[in-house]
Design a protein around this ligand. Structure first.
Ligand SMILES: [Zn+2]
Length: 417
């Protein structure tokens, strides 16, 4: 009997993300590899996605993800795989079969099953090893490309599109005071790759000036880059309209290449500084740097996005959103779950790196997404720094009511809503 259960689990481990998604009734849209959608468990807009090519899934709301179908099923169905019965339930869900029960099998049947089990186990191990190798070499190639993009860009940003872009975003005449401290670079004609050409190669969708930031890891090695395409004629954001993708979603005018997690984009100043100010976005932290006249004792840096600013949440601390509700697959109304305001103690390193010499760290909030989840993420970001650096004075700063972020505040643009 034990063997039958083991074979059942091994079989479930062999199920691809695509097959599991179909079994779980998730949305599989067109022939694309990436399938974003609301999380069946956490709700949200497009916060859950699985990728059939990379055989991966992830939920930004629950800050979980991975490359196994069982884990995905467990998250979607709210099962705890550390509990044996719930693990088996998740396996049953991806296989679409019932959990096996003892049916008094013969010796021959048992031997055949043992053989199948061993074969399955070997296949799964070989597949996992091949996937890990592919992922590692893909990551290395992407990191090398990202380094190349940053190194090829110019550090002489004065009187370029980057100079004009930052001035216009802040509605200021000049960036006097920043001196040589600006760490982002200018690429006069950066290619925006999107889609495929007639030969199946990546297509050159757009080319234009771009601001390039580097993601540095804990050892100050460049592991990724952040690209912001600029269009000085397109007010108020001064970024190009790049049209829509095949699913009619607006193409983003910012992209990240290589690795972002474990990285930090220096925007102004020196990493040896004991005072750090960190925001999600380059423009936000730049606005604060400008407003305090680019303090010489400070590094102004960006984390790239909220998850890299805040880090993964402690799974045990998920809480019900006070007002937001969603309808689950069985038509029942349930509260939307919000990730915890404190970090996963085992994954404190899984966000931007903070150097041991930092003694003051200010994290900048912004209201560009749902407020309760944003407030929880920022509380988590602060707690993470406090746990990593108990001697560092850590604080959160929020833009005043009516302003989305510090960039809006400095440029004096008040939201109409
Ligand atoms: Zn989720």
């Amino acid at each position: 009997m034990k063997q039958a259960i083991e074979l059942f689990v091994e079989e479930a481990r062999g199920v691809s993300i695509r097959d599991a998604a179909a079994m779980l009734g998730l949305h599989i849209v067109g022939s694309c590899a990436e399938h974003p959608q609301p999380c069946p468990q956490c709700g949200g807009i497009d916060c859950f996605a699985f990728n059939t090519k990379k055989n991966k899934w992830n939920c930004r709301a629950g800050s979980v993800g991975g490359n196994d179908a069982i884990g995905m099923a467990a998250h979607v169905l709210d099962l705890d795989v550390k509990k044996r019965p719930e693990l088996l339930e998740a396996c049953a869900a991806v296989l679409g079969t019932a959990i096996p029960v003892d049916d008094g099998e013969t010796h021959e049947e048992r031997a055949a099953r043992k053989e199948r089990l061993e074969k399955r186990r070997l296949e799964n191990a070989a597949r996992a090893a091949a996937q890990a190798k592919d992922a590692a070499s893909f990551r290395e190639r992407e990191q090398a490309r990202a380094r190349g993009i940053f190194e090829y860009a110019s550090a002489s940003w004065r009187r370029t599109a980057v100079d004009a872009y930052l001035c216009r975003r802040l509605k200021v005449g000049s960036l006097s005071g920043v001196g040589a401290g600006l760490r982002v670079r200018i690429s006069p004609a950066e290619t925006y790759w999107h889609g495929k050409d007639a030969f199946g190669r990546p297509a050159d969708h757009h080319s234009g000036p771009a601001m390039i930031g580097a993601f540095e890891d804990a050892d100050r090695q460049i592991i990724g880059c952040h690209i912001t395409w600029i269009d000085l004629s397109n007010s108020p954001k001064f970024r190009p309209n790049l049209g829509n993708d095949e699913k009619c979603r607006v193409l983003p005018s910012k992209k990240m290449r290589g690795s972002k997690k474990h990285g930090l984009i220096p925007v102004v100043g020196n990493r040896d500084s004991r005072r750090w100010i960190v925001a999600e976005g380059i423009e936000t932290v730049f606005a604060v740097a400008y407003s305090e006249s680019f303090r010489a004792d400070t590094l102004y840096a960006a984390a790239g996005d909220q998850s890299n600013l805040a880090g993964p949440a402690n799974k045990k601390g998920r809480f019900k959103h006070p007002t937001l509700k969603r309808t689950d697959r069985n038509g029942r109304e349930r509260a939307v779950m919000v990730p915890a305001p404190f970090p996963d103690p085992e994954r404190l390193e899984d966000a931007f790196p903070i150097d041991g010499h930092v003694r003051e760290c200010i994290l900048l909030g912004e209201w560009d997404s749902e407020h309760v989840a944003t407030a929880a993420a920022m509380a988590r970001a602060k707690k993470r720094i406090e746990l990593l650096l108990p001697d560092c004075l850590t604080a959160l700063a929020w833009p005043p009511e009516g302003y989305g972020d510090f960039c809006d505040l400095v440029s004096g643009w008040r939201q109409s809503a």
